[in-house]
Design a protein around this ligand. Structure first.
Ligand code: CU
Length: 393
C-alpha cells in the first residue's frame, strides 16, 4: 500500500518535472528568436523514432497484460452451451487482437517511416471508392457473423427446454437465494406474492388451500392489532403516522378481500403440484448431465442470477418470472481434480448491486454424480411435510 503510494507520487512529480523542462525549452527557443512553426529535420526524425519506440512499448504492454491476467480467467466451461460460448468469446478475442495489432502497426509504422523531410511533398489523396468499400464491407461481414453466432447461442440458453428438463425455481431477495425443486411430478406449485410469510415457513408464497387460509387469518390478526392501536385511549400518534397506519389497514384489508375471493373459487386439485415441491436454503445440488430449467423470481428489487462456471446469467425481476436452462457437464469433484484445488466450489452469485449486503448474496452449487444426487434429494423434506402437515395439525 505504502510503496504504491510512493510510486504514484514519483509518477506525478515526474510529469510535473517534464512539463517544467518543456516550458524552459520553449522559453529558451523564444529568447533565441526561433518561431514555433520552425521545425527542423532533426526534430522530425526524433518524433518518427519516438513513434516507433512507442509502438514497441504499447505492443509489449498489451502482450504482458494478456499473459499476466489471462491466467485469472474462469476455468473451462462446465455446461453444454458454455463450451460453445467460450469458443465464440475466443473468436471475438482473436478478431479484436488481430485487428488491434494490424491497425496500430500501420498507424505507427507509417508515421515513423514517412515523416517530413526537406523538399518532400505530401501526396494529394482525398478519396477512393474502392478503399471505402473494402473497409465498410469487411467489418460488416465479420460483425454479422459474430452477431448471428451470438444470437444462436442465446437462443440455446433461453429456448424451450427438452421434455426431461428438471424444473427448479430460484427465489431472490435481499440478500439470499432460496431454491425450490419441483419434486416427483416435475411441476412447480403455483405461487402468489400475497402469501409470502416466513412465520409459517412459506417464504416463496406457494399457493395451497391451507397456506391461503392461514395467511388470511394472519393478515386479519394484523388488521385487528393495528385498529386496536388506533382506537386505544392510551396511545397518541403524530398525524402523519396515524395516516400511514390507516393506509396500512386499508391495504391489508384489500389484500384479505382479494385472497378471500381467490379462496372462494379455489380448486383443491391446484394443491397437488405444490405438495411434493422441496424448498432448499443450503447448497444448490445439481445432477451432472441433467438439463435444468430455472425459473427466477425476485421479492424486492432486481437481482441477477449469475453462474459464472456455467456461463449463464439472468436478471430476476419483481413481479415477473424469468428463466433459462443449462446442462452441467462436470461434477464438483471432477472440477476439483482438474484444477487441483480441494476447496473449489461452483457458485450462484447475485450480479446486480442490490443493496448493502449484496456481496453476501450467493449460494454454493454442488454438481453431483447421479447416485449422490439421488441420495441427497431423497433426504430433502417436501412442502407437504414441512408446511402443510404442520398447518393442518
Ligand atoms: Cu442481489
Amino acid at each position: 500500500m505504502e510503496s504504491k503510494f510512493i510510486i504514484l507520487i514519483v509518477i506525478v512529480l515526474g510529469i510535473v518535472a517534464i512539463s517544467q523542462l518543456a516550458r524552459v525549452y520553449e522559453l529558451a527557443a523564444k529568447l533565441k528568436g526561433k518561431k514555433e512553426e520552425d521545425i527542423s529535420d532533426s526534430d522530425n526524425r526524433m518524433n518518427a523514432r519516438m513513434m516507433f519506440a512507442f509502438m514497441i512499448l504499447f505492443f509489449g504492454t498489451v502482450i504482458y497484460f494478456y499473459t499476466e491476467y489471462g491466467r485469472g480467467l474462469l476455468p473451462e466451461a462446465a455446461s453444454v452451451h458454455g463450451v460453445e460460448q467460450d469458443w465464440l468469446m475466443n473468436l471475438n478475442i482473436f478478431i479484436i487482437t488481430t485487428v488491434f495489432f494490424l491497425t496500430n502497426f500501420l498507424l505507427f509504422f507509417f508515421a515513423s517511416k514517412y515523416y517530413k523531410r526537406k523538399g518532400s511533398k505530401a501526396y494529394f489523396f482525398p478519396h477512393d471508392n474502392k478503399l471505402e468499400l473494402i473497409w465498410t464491407v469487411i467489418p460488416s461481414i465479420v460483425l454479422a457473423v459474430i452477431i448471428i453466432l451470438g444470437l444462436k447461442n442465446w437462443n440455446e440458453v433461453t429456448g424451450a427446454p427438452s421434455e426431461d428438463a428438471e424444473k427448479v425455481e430460484l427465489y431472490s431477495k435481499q440478500f439470499s437465494w432460496t431454491a425450490r425443486y419441483s419434486g416427483e411430478d416435475n411441476v412447480l406449485g403455483d405461487f402468489n406474492y400475497k402469501l409470502v410469510n416466513d412465520d409459517i415457513n412459506n417464504p416463496l408464497g406457494v399457493v395451497t388451500r391451507v397456506t391461503m387460509e392461514t395467511q388470511i387469518e394472519a393478515l386479519k390478526a394484523k388488521i385487528v392489532d393495528e385498529k386496536a392501536k388506533l382506537n386505544s385511549d392510551s396511545l397518541v400518534f403524530a398525524d402523519d403516522i396515524e395516516y400511514k397506519m390507516h393506509k396500512k389497514v386499508e391495504r391489508l384489508s384489500r389484500v384479505v378481500r382479494r385472497l378471500e375471493e381467490e379462496l372462494a373459487s379455489y380448486n383443491d386439485s391446484l394443491d397437488i403440484p405444490a405438495l411434493d415441491d422441496k424448498i432448499v436454503r443450503g447448497d444448490l445440488h445439481l445432477k451432472v448431465n441433467q438439463e435444468y430449467e430455472f425459473q427466477f423470481r425476485a421479492e424486492d428489487v432486481i437481482h441477477s442470477a449469475y453462474f459464472p462456471h456455467f456461463r449463464a446469467q439472468m436478471n430476476t425481476v419483481p413481479g415477473m418470472k424469468t428463466r433459462f436452462k443449462f446442462t452441467p457437464t462436470i461434477t464438483t469433484k471432477e472440477m476439483r481434480e482438474k484444477l487441483q484445488d480441494e476447496n473449489f466450489n461452483y457458485v450462484l452469485l447475485c450480479n446486480k448491486i442490490c443493496g448493502a449486503s449484496h456481496s453476501n448474496m450467493y449460494m454454493l452449487v454442488q454438481v453431483d454424480d447421479e447416485a449422490t444426487y439421488d441420495a441427497w434429494i431423497a433426504e430433502q423434506p417436501t412442502f407437504k411435510s414441512t408446511v402443510i402437515d404442520e398447518l393442518n395439525k
